[in-house]
Write a protein that binds this ligand. Structure first.
Ligand code: G1P
Length: 272
């Protein structure tokens, strides 16, 4: 059983300045709900009840959001508007939150390694909140848990097809399709130039990782952009056949870009 979900949430959100000057980018709302809350709901839907969040300076709003606000409870009770709090209250009751701070921004791999003290020695999920996903049936993380349970002791990465000219925005895999939409990975490259990309199958911000990844990350040198990349650590595990890529069912919005953020806002507004 996978109980823990790690949320790297230390980045600056530069593309959303000035909005992200005093507000963590993970707290930007799509309609009326912060991105990170969508992520936590997805993890809960996949049976996880322990949320481990890697934060940084200026991110205290995240802790306050997932905590009781006595003043608000008190005020809303008096005005009969308590129902506005029902959803977030349920979340706070259903899971625990723990936090650690990434002191320097040395890449996604480094953020995940920073979270190792919160995760311990067990398989865990990683969810990047700015990749917002929606699906008609099971959530993307639930689908991935099913794949994880089927392929013993392997890491799972979620993938989708992107335009070849966009491969330089993602980790890109290649592998052998072992069943519909499931690939045994044998190569992966972080943000390759389209001409060097091994395929157009891009990793999106959902991973299930085995604890072995921490030992590999400790030895992983800085790669693309001078950062410690989770893609490079996974590449080394893929050499032992331990990485599976799964083409998920559903929609994904890149809320780290303004276009994707606006698209997600319209979509979730219409969906209600
Ligand atoms: C990270 C990963 C990349 C992955 C992407 C998904 O990149 O390094 O491999 O494809 O997330 O969103 P970032 O978008 O943080 O630069």
């Amino acid at each position: 059983m996978i109980k823990k979900c790690l949320f790297p949430a230390a980045g600056y959100g530069t593309r959303f300045l000035p909005a992200t000057k005093a507000i963590p980018k993970e707290m930007l709302p799509i309609v009326n709900k912060p991105l990170l809350q969508y992520g936590v709901e997805e993890a809960l839907s996949a049976g996880m009840n322990t949320m481990a969040i890697v934060t940084g300076r200026g991110k205290r709003a995240i802790e306050d959001h997932f905590d009781k606000s006595y003043e608000l409870e008190h005020q809303l009770k008096k005005s009969g508007k308590e129902f506005f709090l029902t959803e977030i209250r349920d979340i706070i009751k259903s899971c625990t939150f723990s936090y650690t701070r990434q002191k320097e921004m040395l890449g996604l791999g480094h953020a995940i390694l920073t979270g190792s003290t919160l995760v311990g020695d067990e398989p865990f999920a990683v969810l990047l909140a700015d990749d917002l996903c929606d699906s008609d049936e099971k959530s993307v993380l639930s689908q991935m848990v099913e794949i994880f349970n089927k392929y013993n002791d392997c890491c799972i990465v979620a993938i989708e097809e992107v335009r070849k000219e966009d491969t330089n925005k993602y980790g890109v895999i290649s592998g052998e399709e072992i069943e519909d939409d499931v690939y045994r990975v044998f190569d992966m490259v972080e943000k390759p130039d389209p001409k060097d990309a091994p395929s157009n199958l891009a990793i999106i911000g959902r991973y299930i990782l085995i604890p072995e990844i921490f030992d590999v990350l400790k030895k992983t040198k800085a790669g693309k952009g001078g950062e410690i990349q989770i893609t490079d650590a996974l590449l080394s595990l893929s050499k032992n056949g331990k990485v599976i890529a799964y083409k998920f069912k559903g929609k994904r919005f890149d809320c780290g870009s303004v276009d994707g953020f606006v698209e997600a806002t319209n979509y979730f507004y219409k969906r209600g």
